[in-house]
Design a protein around this ligand. Structure first.
Ligand SMILES: [Fe+2]
Length: 206
């Protein structure tokens, strides 16, 4: 199956990037803890947190390596919550640890709020298909958080999407089955990630 990598820039452009071939990434005994160590070692070389997202090509490669080699990561997920339609299984979390690593399940048809992450992020679809919609600020001086959609893309397993900290998007689970995606995010800065309201042209922290 063809592998595809994408990056979504701060202004919502979704651009293709070279993806590493699967057979170059096959490695025996590549477990979640080895992935986490490699990510932390990579980020430790970065002098300023703002430069972390310059390392997205290497981070996407590590995510692909993990998903190819880790049966555990590919198969750990929750059923969607009957009330909210989504569930989050935290794969690793430690106080003071600068990463969020999780498998997220969406019921068919569920649409996320429009949001950014305030840090770099990478998502890889494990099951099903999701539609990503990308947004950008229109530059209205009266409503700095007024946004407009500028593109969308259907993401399938084997595709990896990476996000700049200010990339604004929403996600819809399409098809008849729940979708599951592996997601990893850098350290979120306070008051840097927002939900955007299309009707009122405002944003509120989350
Ligand atoms: Fe997101």
């Amino acid at each position: 199956m063809k592998t595809l990598d994408w990056i979504v820039t701060d202004d919502g452009q979704c651009q293709t990037r070279p993806a590493t071939r699967e057979w170059d990434l096959i490695e025996e005994h590549y477990y979640l803890h080895r992935f986490l160590t490699e990510v932390i070692d990579l980020l430790a070389q970065v002098k300023h947190e703002a430069d972390e997202w310059d390392h997205l090509p290497q981070l996407r490669r590590l995510v692909r390596k993990l998903i190819i080699n880790s049966y555990y990561v590919r198969t750990q997920f929750l059923e969607p919550c009957s009330k909210t339609g989504s569930s989050v299984l935290t794969l690793y979390d430690e106080i003071g640890y600068p990463l969020t690593v999780q498998n997220v399940t969406f019921a068919p048809g569920l649409v996320s709020p429009i949001h950014n992450h305030g840090t770099w992020g990478i998502t890889a679809v494990l099951k099903g298909q999701e539609k990503q919609t990308f947004w950008r600020r229109v530059g209205d001086p009266d409503f700095p958080n007024k946004i407009e959609p500028i593109g969308e893309k259907i993401i399938s397993p084997n595709e990896i999407v990476s996000f700049a900290p200010d990339a604004i998007h929403c996600v819809e689970a399409i098809g008849d089955e729940p979708t599951v995606s592996f997601q990893i995010y850098g350290d979120t800065q306070p008051r840097s990630r927002f939900f955007f309201d299309r009707e009122t042209h405002t944003a509120k922290p989350f």
